[in-house]
Design a binder for this molecule. Structure first.
Ligand code: HAM
Length: 431
């Protein structure tokens, strides 16, 4: 075999053998957020580049270094979404969702694209589940959101994640903080990377999450944002913590969390694992009270989060989590001869219409080879239909786990009798 090309660096396939894990995770997540009033929204993979420049911020690493941006054939600058919030906010505004009852609680499963250096837990195409809660300024919303994420991880049985929270204030307190940062970093100006040198004037907070080793070392000694919070922001943070305490959510306050995107205000948070290497942040989010206005809408205080699905899977696999698997084949109907194969097709159709995963031979294999294939599929029951079964109108259905055989009629209501057999067997084994 000479494959003409392999997958692009930093991308990966989700193979059928693993897909039940993702489906299980997605099911648990959707159940949890639905119970909190979230509805799914689907937005395009690509947007006009300016949406991310304005929304995510043109001094962030994401916008300055990591976006997949290209001109389309009509000469428009297009960008593959590096994250979901900006697109959801654009859609919220474009479709007038701000006129609907607020808060609007929106959620999404999306692929994202960032040109980062690939390593374990860091991909160029990755997947996120995210939620955006648009139209509430109350700290109760911050706590509800954080508690919901915590509930998702509990439901998935994840024990290795810890929650870190911080407040990064509002534009009012940020002004004083920026001045303090400018003073601190100016003293070590000569050591900063060229990108951070540019950030020093425009947005010194971005230096705090620069990935260059020298900048991040210098950033360790920088003033902390929590020392510059205005009264309103301090009060909001205290109230958020009070709600979290009342809901029994364990967290630590980490004044170093600033997040890598420009839109955040007040509460920010991350769920971090120390079991999956350097890229341990599984989920990140926070409040973004100014973003909707920044994108051209009415003042709409909002908040949200996104979790990286690949990192979540890594954490679960590292702790040996079990992923329930739906049986891919409830019954395999093997057949001998054309007529019996046609009968199998008919019975399979009947069974499938009531939700039974039924298979029959669509290859033309010998009975022996069909049974071997049924075994590989993990068929829970098998039946072999031949001339004598067609004549008698009865077939022996074999429970592959217990070896027990039960005769069922195939000319009428085979689907009902098969279901009864399954119920009787599961009752007998207590499953
Ligand atoms: P973010 O922190 O940039 O936030 O990304 C959220 C999560 O996506 C990360 O915690 C991580 O698990 C995953 N992730 C990010 N980059 C990569 C990568 N290169 N490879 C694999 N996984 C990655 C946001 O995207 C915000 N939009 C979250 C948000 C929503 N804030 C408010 N609303």
């Amino acid at each position: 075999m000479a494959l003409i090309t392999k997958s692009v660096k930093g991308t990966q396939d989700a193979l059928p053998k693993d897909i039940h894990k993702l489906q299980y995770i997605e099911g648990v997540i959707l159940d949890k957020v639905t119970s909190h009033g979230y509805k799914e929204i689907r937005v395009p993979v690509f947007e006009h580049t300016e949406l991310f420049q304005r929304g995510v911020g043109d001094t962030t690493d994401v916008v300055q270094k990591e976006m997949y941006t290209f001109d389309d054939k009509g000469g428009r600058s297009i960008t593959l979404r590096p994250e979901g919030t900006a697109g959801v906010v654009r859609s919220f505004l474009e479709h007038g969702l701000f006129n609907e009852p607020l808060p609007q609680k929106l959620c999404y499963f999306i692929s994202c694209y960032r040109y980062e250096k690939p390593q374990s837990g860091r991909l160029r195409e990755f997947h996120q589940f995210g939620c955006e809660c648009l139209g509430t300024a109350s700290p109760a919303a911050d706590a509800e959101l954080i508690a919901m994420v915590s509930g998702i991880f509990d439901e998935l049985g994840i024990s290795d994640l810890h929650l870190e929270i911080n407040s990064i204030g509002c534009p009012k307190c940020r002004k004083h903080y920026h001045e303090a940062l400018k003073e601190y970093f100016s003293a070590r100006k000569d050591e900063l990377c060229p990108t951070c040198l540019g950030r020093l004037e425009r947005n010194p907070m971005r230096i705090l999450d620069c990935k260059s080793p020298i900048c991040s070392e210098i950033a360790k000694g920088a003033p902390k944002v929590t020392d510059f919070l205005c009264e309103e922001c301090r009060d909001h943070f205290e109230k958020t913590k009070k709600y979290l305490d009342a809901m029994d959510i364990t967290y630590t306050v980490n004044p170093s969390i600033v997040r890598g995107l420009d839109y955040y205000t007040k509460t920010v948070f991350e769920f971090v694992s120390d079991k999956i290497g350097a890229q341990g942040t599984v989920c990140g989010g926070g409040r973004y009270d100014g973003l909707v206005e920044e994108i051209g809408g009415p003042s709409t205080p909002s908040l949200g989060f996104a979790m990286g699905i690949e990192r979540l899977l890594m954490v679960m696999e590292a702790q040996g989590a079990e992923f329930p698997e739906v049986a891919p084949c409830n019954i395999f109907l093997a057949s001998m001869g054309d007529e019996a194969n046609i009968k199998s097709a008919q019975l399979a159709k009947e069974l499938r219409s009531i939700g039974v995963a039924a298979e029959f031979d669509i290859v033309g294999r010998s009975v022996k080879a069909q049974m071997k294939y049924a075994n590989k599929l993990g068929a829970e029951y098998t039946a072999v239909i031949g001339e004598s079964e067609l004549d008698s109108g009865k077939v022996k259905v074999k429970n592959m786990k217990t070896g027990a055989e039960t005769e069922l009629g195939i000319d009428e209501n085979f689907d009902d009798s098969f279901l009864q057999l399954v119920f009787a067997d599961s009752f007998a084994t207590g499953e």
